[in-house]
Design a protein around this ligand. Structure first.
Ligand code: CMC
Length: 431
């Protein structure tokens, strides 16, 4: 046995293997712990638990590093496209020209959504949240697109992955158009993935959408920054649900539901709401900071803090720079950006935020960028979901192919009543 960790329980010492990751991360392998000691570990929120070995994304929360398949996110944001980054995450390497062409053709071929699905979008109440619609519609994809006859399991998975990447983007735009009572715009084969999305969202019979390469670049960067983030809440949901060997659509639908939460992907919408409230209060941010510092108040400064990053989120830096570029190009002055920058400045000098290592995360500036692109606030988390798809898909695929993979089934420490007797109604005491 190589490096080991010793655990002493009573008068017995047990040795457990230590695993070392390719970036030197250490983990104590406790897979045999219960069998040899009768004990389990207790780790609410899984902050100290490695649920899998993964070769997809590396992040160092202390140094603020994020790499997909070894490539720094900064480099991908500068040089790559969302489609190329998706290929990289799913297949483990950057595509050759031929591979990228084939991938783009597949995405184009699968970009249409079954016409019968439009009835579902129409029948959701107009007030329905787009994340609820999206998770339902993604789950429904399996009913509309059952396994293809004559396809091997591998071919079927490639088709499912491509369908998701291409159709979810189309579905998001359909959902928006229908919620507005507007005519649905179909994807076009002559437009790139991101340009197509903008066109499906904003083209109208009375006002053709004017494509701007800088906005297309901004959307590529936005989605690259969201493409994967190792074992976050929604990805863990995808892996956990997928561990029951459910189909990919159902697993991704679970990820979308998890992402909806305001502590996760829902934070980008919550940040804008918070900035608007500060704006409405005449820009006075002190009451918000005071509430964030108060341990008895559940309020949190949205867009601040992260389970893993204890320094500035590298994605937030790129997002902030992109916000400045896009606003300058569109010649927009957004008062929410002024408030966000001031809030960041004040919070980063504040003892509470310094002591708790709270820095802006990816969501802090994301909403300001999306607003500038014309995306409605209630669709912000949908934008995160489209970006996170290649990550969810690649993590699901990695898990499916993992020979060590098991049905996810955590244990618990039971703290309820000991064996108890059933009482008939007239034996029960009235309280
Ligand atoms: N504002 C005020 N206090 C905070 C905040 C915040 N945004 N975040 C953490 N804290 C405090 C928290 O109150 C606690 O304080 P104490 O130890 O004194 O009781 C301490 O920091 C640790 O909090 P925690 O909840 O145990 O930390 P965590 O690692 O579970 O938190 C988090 C991660 C993202 C849930 C949290 O920082 C948060 O709620 N942030 C606001 C929501 C947000 O912006 N979410 C987006 C995350 S990035 C996008 C994504 O990948 O999902």
């Amino acid at each position: 046995m190589g490096e080991t960790a010793k655990i002493i329980l009573g008068d017995k010492t047990y040795e457990l293997p230590v695993i070392t990751g390719s970036e030197g991360e250490k983990a104590i392998d406790i897979t045999k712990l219960r069998a040899i000691t009768g004990h389990i570990t207790y780790d609410p929120g899984f902050g100290n638990t490695g649920a899998c070995k993964s070769a997809i994304t590396f992040m160092d929360g202390e140094k603020g590093i994020l790499r997909y398949r070894g490539i720094p996110v900064e480099e991908l944001a500068e040089k790559s496209t969302f489609v190329e980054t998706s290929f990289l995450l799913i297949n483990g390497h950057l595509p050759t020209r031929a591979e990228l062409n084939r991938f783009s053709v597949l995405l184009n071929d699968h970009s249409l959504v079954h016409e019968d699905m439009q009835a579902f979008f129409t029948n959701f109440p107009r007030s329905a949240h787009p994340m609820g619609i999206l998770s339902s519609m993604v789950n429904a994809l399996r009913s509309f697109y059952p396994k293809l006859d004559g396809h091997s399991k591998d071919q079927d998975i490639v088709v499912q992955m491509t369908r998701l990447l291409s159709k979810v983007r189309t579905m998001a735009a359909i959902s928006y158009k229908i919620s507005m009572g507007h005519k649905v715009v179909y994807p076009r084969p002559d437009l790139s993935y991101c340009a197509n999305f903008l066109n499906m969202m904003f083209d109208s019979p009375v006002r053709p959408y004017k494509m701007d390469d800088d906005m297309v670049k901004a959307l590529n960067v936005f989605w690259i920054l969201h493409a994967d983030h190792e074992q976050n809440c929604s990805t863990s949901a995808v892996r956990l649900v997928g561990s029951a060997r459910v189909n990919l659509y159902a697993a991704i639908s679970a990820g979308i539901s998890a992402l909806w939460g305001p502590l996760h992907g829902g934070a980008n919408q919550a940040v804008i709401q918070m900035l608007k409230e500060i704006h409405a209060a005449g820009g006075d941010m002190e009451p918000f900071l005071a509430r964030a510092r108060d341990r008895n108040d559940p309020f949190r400064l949205m867009g601040f803090g992260h389970r893993v990053y204890k320094t500035y989120d590298p994605r937030a830096k790129i997002m902030k720079a992109m916000v400045h570029k896009v606003l300058a190009k569109l010649d927009i002055h957004d008062p929410l950006l002024d408030i966000a920058q001031k809030l960041e400045e004040v919070a980063l000098r504040d003892a509470y935020f310094i002591d708790h290592n709270l820095y802006p995360n990816v969501d802090f500036y994301a909403g300001i960028l999306l607003r500038a692109l014309g995306i409605p606030t209630d669709m912000f988390t949908v934008m995160f979901a489209i970006g996170r798809l290649p990550g969810w898909i690649s993590q699901w695929k990695e898990a499916q192919d993992d020979p060590d993979w098991k049905l996810h089934r955590p244990r618990q420490v039971y703290v309820g009543k000991n064996e108890n007797k059933y009482l008939y109604m007239d034996e029960r005491l009235e309280l």
